[in-house]
Write a protein that binds this ligand. Structure first.
Ligand SMILES: [Mn+2]
Length: 326
């Protein structure tokens, strides 16, 4: 890939910064988490004063990495030479920490490393041809520190992001370069089976109860073009699960396995209304279009939005979208 110019600029920023703050979207997924942990470990090894922060604590699903406590939830009242925002399509998606530290983000040199499609910050490395932001971070670390920059621990963090964003090589963003990167990370001792077992074969029983209950009542729109289900606050409460801790695993690994052109999950939001996650399984169905109707966005095959409307109105709107599909 023709990244030499941008990698050179990023390396210069990185070298000139003694202190670095790392952050990402408040809904910290496996890819964003992998970026933060890999950059944190590398910057620390390089003697930087580095802090990784997120608006919400790391989802317990990732406790197996033994690194969740490296992600703090506050930005201290001090200066940093550089802020790096990873895997975050829009800076406002940082959430609470962005709202509480507007001045910090306006006055600190900002580097944006992302593969979602919009650019912000003083230097933006945005390239949707990467399957995961972790693939980009791996490229930077290799450029900056050579292959030995990828320690076994860092290889694990980066592999996590690739597995997460490609849905374990099942999403359309899985490219030849994805396998090349994966092979390189395996050569650096990424523990593939540990990641697989913990990501895909370790669903807590309380989560499983929510999943089975949601899957036992799957509904259709437009004669089965779309299928959907709902998880309510009551479901979370009954099973003692934090609504924020339930990430995309259910929709990606379970709901998406039901045959249809697209699926969607309505998740009741503690802040009111519903969060809606869409997954397309047909190249002709661009779920960004319907997600945009709910003030959201994402990718063609995976997108999300929010709504304060009653459930029946949300479903009716999606039914209209489904009716017009080829
Ligand atoms: Mn990503």
């Amino acid at each position: 890939m023709e990244n030499q110019a941008v990698l050179f600029s990023i390396a210069k920023l990185f070298d000139e910064a003694d202190s670095i703050l790392l952050t990402a979207a408040e809904n910290l997924d496996g890819d964003a988490l992998g970026c933060l942990l890999a950059l944190e470990a590398y910057a620390r090894a390089k003697g930087k004063d580095v802090l990784a922060v997120n608006s919400r604590p790391v989802c317990p699903l990732y406790d197996f990495l033994g690194a969740s406590d490296r992600i703090k939830t506050e930005i201290p009242n001090r200066k940093y030479d550089l802020a790096i925002v990873c895997d975050t399509g829009d800076i406002s998606m940082i959430g609470r920490l962005y709202e509480e530290n507007r001045l910090f983000f306006e006055t600190t040199p900002l580097l944006n490393i992302d593969h979602h499609g919009s650019c912000y910050g003083d230097i933006c490395w945005m390239d949707p041809s990467y399957s995961a932001a972790c693939d980009m971070v791996a490229e930077f670390l290799e450029y900056h520190g050579g292959i030995s920059a990828i320690t076994p621990e860092i290889a694990n963090f980066l592999f996590l992001g690739i597995l997460y964003d490609t849905g374990c090589y099942r999403n359309t963003n899985t490219l030849p370069s994805t396998f090349e990167r994966s092979a390189k990370l395996l050569e650096r001792w990424a523990d593939y089976m540990k990641l697989i077992r913990n990501l895909y074969q370790s669903t807590p029983r309380s989560y499983a109860k929510i999943y089975w209950s949601a899957l036992s009542s799957v509904f259709e729109v437009s004669g089965g073009k779309g299928v959907w289900t709902v998880v309510t606050l009551d479901d979370f409460q009954k099973n003692d699960v934090d609504p924020y801790a339930l990430g995309n695993e259910f929709v990606n690994d379970y709901l998406r396995s039901v045959r249809a052109d697209f699926v969607f999950l309505l998740k009741e939001d503690p802040e009111g209304g519903y969060r809606i996650s869409f997954r397309s399984k047909n190249d002709g169905v661009d779920v960004r279009i319907i997600a945009a109707e709910f003030g959201g966005g994402g990718h063609k095959m995976a997108a999300g939005g929010r709504s304060l409307s009653p459930l029946s109105e949300i479903v009716a709107k999606i039914e209209d979208f489904a009716k017009n599909l080829p």
